[in-house]
Design a binder for this molecule. Structure first.
Ligand code: AMP
Length: 464
């Protein structure tokens, strides 16, 4: 059976000497809501063992005040899950808790290749059919713990079984561990609280909970926090950084710092680089809110063309990307965005989006702008064409659904009815990050996968 692609998108853990750690986790998960809106869970170390509260939906819906009171402790981890394409729903909820071992585990990322892991579990007589890659990771760590190893030792022993993108937090009643794959595909950082430490997918969560950002957890590194302090161990001796560039382009919150760069600044530079590559006579630049606002500001500043808000976004709707049917996706775009006629009427409009994936959003954006009276609509995209699926934790669809993998740019432009369409070049995107290409994962754009994708390669071949 082909294992379903799932994504696990935000983790947060904290250890404090106060009893407020659970509230911290709640606010931390709140700050990381953009990374996952399907479900949320917190596992807490309370007297007598570990306790979990988890549920479907947004952080604000999952926890009532009493739930948080029940979880009160100085040590807990939390997880927000992003959309998933199938699988057993009960199996998807995280953190995963093993009450017998007193161990909880949460994972963000995806293991595209699980042959070694499955073999290990089979050899140890552990059932693993129809379980997610995250649960298999937890089972392997748990297996080593059941042999008498500490949490840290068990993670180190199980590590060679994991092939893919993973950043994880795990806990026992007195320890929190955070670790990141050898490529550092997704971000993970360590923060200092007045009376403890926090580990989070993105630094924006530290600002919310009042933690000072200490540093990124390095690719291949395991960080262990106990009441005695922090210990660092570089488990993978020669890691190779390959941060997913999509974090800068779209995924992360603009106020987060990733690998020493403020995401907002990178996005502005993406817009400045677009301005270098595309000179267009126009009256106004409008962003597709929210993710393209910094790029549109950068483009407007570099060209001198006026910036305006051409769309108002309904703040109460979450990310609409993964929906079962195309019809629902199209309806979602209209629910989410409404044009501002005064900003675009009678004007030559440049609209900037951060990425085109299936093409659903952009086609409707163009329609809405013409409908609101724009005389010309030019589309600029602050990343190159997305031609390949992501296998490391972001759910981009089968290549047959990625518009740039089956249409030329001219065809896409014509289908959208735009006056022109321009994608930022690969160089333009890379240079905005300030990192060399070999420090980034650019697989969605060029199909170069830094970590073995095993059988998943079939998905790409199948589409050719
Ligand atoms: P599409 O309509 O399929 O072309 O999707 C493009 C829109 O979805 C852009 O406005 C992006 O901001 C957003 N987007 C890109 N990648 C993702 C993702 N992995 N999850 C959710 N939204 C995304």
């Amino acid at each position: 059976m082909e294992r379903e692609l799932t994504e696990k998108c935000a983790v947060f853990g904290a250890l404090t000497t106060s009893r407020y750690a659970t509230r911290l986790r709640y606010y931390g998960l709140f700050a990381l809501q953009h990374r996952g809106q399907e479900s949320s869970g917190i596992a807490s170390s309370i007297e007598g063992g570990l306790k979990r509260h988890a549920g479907e939906g947004l952080v604000a819906h999952v926890y009532r005040a009493e739930d948080l009171d029940d979880l009160k402790s100085s040590l807990a981890i939390g997880h927000n899950r992003y959309a998933t394409s199938g699988g057993n729903p009960g199996d998807q909820v995280q953190p995963i808790v093993d009450s017998t071992l007193g161990f909880a585990f949460a994972h963000n990322g995806n293991l595209p290749e699980t042959v070694k892991l499955e073999k290990f579990l089979s050899e140890h007589g552990i059932r693993h059919d129809d379980v997610s890659d995250s649960r298999m990771m937890a089972l392997a760590i748990g297996c080593y713990m059941s042999e008498g190893n500490s949490l840290t030792a068990a993670i180190e022993l199980a590590w060679p079984l994991f092939t893919g993108a993973f950043l994880c937090v795990a806990m026992t009643e007195d320890t929190i561990a955070g670790f990141r794959d050898a490529y550092g595909i997704r971000p993970l950082s360590l923060g200092k609280l007045d009376d403890g430490y926090a580990i989070a997918s993105e630094t924006c969560a530290f600002d919310t909970v009042g933690a000072a950002f200490l540093r990124d957890i390095k690719p291949g590194e395991l960080v262990t926090v106990t009441a005695q302090g922090v210990k660092y161990k570089q488990v993978v001796v020669s890691p190779r950084t390959a941060l997913d560039v999509f974090e800068y382009v779209y995924f992360a919150r603009p106020d987060s710092m990733i690998m020493g760069r403020r995401v907002n600044e990178v996005r502005r530079k993406l817009g400045e680089n677009l301005a270098r590559e595309f000179k267009i006579e126009a009256d106004v630049v409008v962003p597709v809110p929210d993710s393209a606002i910094p790029a549109a500001l950068g483009y407007a500043a570099a060209t001198g063309i006026r910036f305006d808000h051409g769309f108002i976004k309904n703040r109460y709707i979450h990310r609409t990307f993964i929906k079962p049917t195309q019809e629902m996706r199209e309806c979602d775009v209209k629910t989410k965005l409404n044009p501002v006629p005064e900003a675009v009427m009678g004007k030559r409009v440049i609209v900037i989006d951060d990425s085109i994936v299936r093409g659903t959003t952009t086609a409707q954006i163009v329609d809405m702008l013409y409908g609101a009276g724009a005389t010309q609509v030019h589309v600029l995209v602050s990343s190159p064409p997305v031609k390949f699926p992501d296998f490391y934790g972001i759910n981009t669809p089968d290549p047959r659904e990625l518009i740039a993998s089956y249409m030329t740019e001219d065809e896409i432009r014509d289908q959208m009815g735009a006056g022109s369409l321009g994608y930022l070049s690969m160089d333009g995107m890379i240079s905005a990050t300030g990192w060399p290409k070999n420090k980034l994962n650019t697989s969605s754009f060029d199909g170069e996968y830094p970590i073995d994708i095993g059988d998943r390669a079939r998905v790409i071949l199948r589409s050719r």
